[in-house]
Design a protein around this ligand. Structure first.
Ligand code: IYR
Length: 221
């Protein structure tokens, strides 16, 4: 059945000049984002995280099915369990599962199997992709473009957290089924990403790497 349609009233229209300024300002904001692997234990107020997750929840999704769940982990015992399980997987990854080609590609980042940030950072957000939901009649309803939708929402979350003055690490221990077990997530949900969130450790260093130029990522037709 077709939805009820309502006027599109909350949209802001800007002059071309205002649009240029806003586009440039957003670029400046986002290009200062860096992935951070060393965190201080400085806490983050829950309402800031709630607002950023609420922002992520405004993302477009296939058939508006919103196939995502954000599990916020602050409890140190749960963080410790996640660290131990992740490091177990990472040890196998770095000891051979990844293969030489992958490890050679990663070498410039200087990463290894040790993941202290999973305990030090004030919070982790485990993002789950929901493959389906159960409707009022108890029937499974498949979600369309679930992975794409969760990816978009995750990008919006990273952007919102950066805008709020926080740093993140998009961590993907592989496989990460342990997240479903530790967090007791329902069947039909798959771990998508583990986002580490907080404040950077004092005097933190980041790799001296560059983003591609506009001409390398964009073509016009
Ligand atoms: N999950 C591992 C390996 C890793 C893989 C990629 I692709 C990265 O960009 C970074 C790390 C780890 O977190 O160490």
């Amino acid at each position: 059945m077709k939805n009820n349609f309502i006027p599109f009233e909350q949209f802001n229209r800007f002059t071309p000049e205002e649009m240029s300024v806003r586009a440039a300002e957003y670029y400046e904001l986002m290009k200062s984002r860096r992935t951070i692997r060393e965190y201080s234990d400085q806490p983050v107020a829950p309402e800031i995280i709630d607002k950023c997750i609420h922002t992520a929840g405004t993302a477009p999704s296939g058939a508006n099915q919103q196939p995502w769940h954000f599990a916020v982990i602050r409890d140190s015992q749960v963080k410790q369990k996640i660290r131990l399980a992740a490091e177990e997987e990472e040890q196998e990854f770095y000891a051979g599962r990844a293969g030489d080609t992958w490890l050679d590609t990663l070498a410039p980042l200087g990463t290894d199997a040790s993941k202290p940030f999973l305990e030090v950072a004030p919070l982790l957000i485990a993002i789950f992709e929901q493959k389906y939901h159960i409707d009022a009649q108890g029937q499974k309803v498949k979600h369309y473009y679930a992975k794409e939708s969760v990816g978009i929402a995750t990008g919006m979350l990273i952007s919102a957290l950066h805008n709020a003055g926080l740093v993140t690490l998009t961590h993907t221990p592989s496989p990460m089924n342990f997240l479903s077990k530790i967090l007791n997530r329902p069947e039909g949900e798959r771990p998508f990403l583990l986002l580490v969130v907080g404040h950077p450790e004092k005097d933190v260093l980041v790799p001296d790497i560059e983003k591609k130029k506009l001409s390398e990522i964009c073509s016009e037709y």
